[in-house]
Ligand binder design. Sequence first.
Ligand SMILES: Cc1cc2nc3c(=O)[nH]c(=O)nc-3n(C[C@H](O)[C@H](O)[C@H](O)COP(=O)(O)O)c2cc1C
Length: 364
Amino acid sequence: MSILFSQARIGNMTLKNRFVRSATWENMATEDGHMTDKLYAIYEELAQGEVGLIVTGYANIVEEEKPNAGMMGMYNDSFIDEYKKLTELVHENDSKIVMQLAYGGTKTTHNVGERVIFAPSEVPERGTQTLGKAMTKDEIDYIVQAFAQASRRAQQSGFDGVEIHAAHTYLINQFLSPYYNRREDEYGGSLENRMRFLVEIYTEIRKLVGDDFPILVKLTATEFFEGGLTFDETRIICKQLEAMGVDAIIISGNIHGKANELIGEQFDGYTLQQEGYFHEYGDVISKDVNVPVITVGGLSDIDAIEAIADNTNIQYFALSRPLLAEPHLIKRWKEGDKAVVDCERCSKCRTRRGNFCVVHNKRK
Ligand SMILES: Cc1cc2nc3c(=O)[nH]c(=O)nc-3n(C[C@H](O)[C@H](O)[C@H](O)COP(=O)(O)O)c2cc1C
């Protein structure tokens, strides 16, 4: 019998099933990151579609650094009341909601030249070629505190937890990476030093939110290029996260758009899969640590998800694009309808008018 629709716990959060809406930036907040009716409607629909845990799109933690248009903000207390309305809406529909917090950095080309862009070192991002400013110790402390304050606001707003975005070449991922992090102080060099920024962020959040508030961390399994963060290093990072008390780890990658070309390729000893790109990596981690592991990326076939649940130690499954195409997908699966999902993985879901499925769900 499949575990997929059975109850489970992440930290002190009880989930009605094992399906997670992976963090998905909607590009539908106001210019300064405030909620809109469209955003409330999206979250209500996801909750009504029986997603067990909804992770918000990434929210910026300092006002001056917004790495993308239309993203949600969490950089001051003015957001608390409108997010209370959001969390109540989700809870009324019997789902849970966690806010993803991020400092962007050089990963995007949004408003380059108009915003301060921090980086561990002056190394251009490989895709965007955006160059950031190597952070001083004071700037590191400032961002660490900003993550903690944003988490405190999330807790006050009724979120069930927070997710630290440490994947996809955003700032924290860059600190972990030996390619992007060329620092010679206590934040660079050895893996222990490269992890320090993430460890400090986690520690400061925990101090403010207490032991019972779930903190999740999203990581890149491996950077998939020579000289980048390796999977062996990610395994060590996960052991450190376990020792500190992290409540769940999301194992992702950074191959968006290129996934179709890379499926079947081996990196650091494991193979990218057609269904659940990174689940071989997630499985290894879930056996290394006694922390729930969530796999994300390329999950769209309920039978394949069941097979992963049966044959690996992974117990949670996060989806992004399939839920843009079909917000009620989990409900449909629960009701026994296994028809092919209306998601072609074309990744055309990012548009200037907001992020939605332009092929199958154009209603926005
Ligand atoms: C439109 C769009 C927005 C996204 N925004 C975020 C985000 O805010 N934070 C994040 O960690 N990942 C983000 N992602 C990545 C997804 O969470 C997920 O890791 C990736 O799409 C692979 O999962 P999928 O195959 O189910 O789409 C985004 C993906 C898409 C398509």
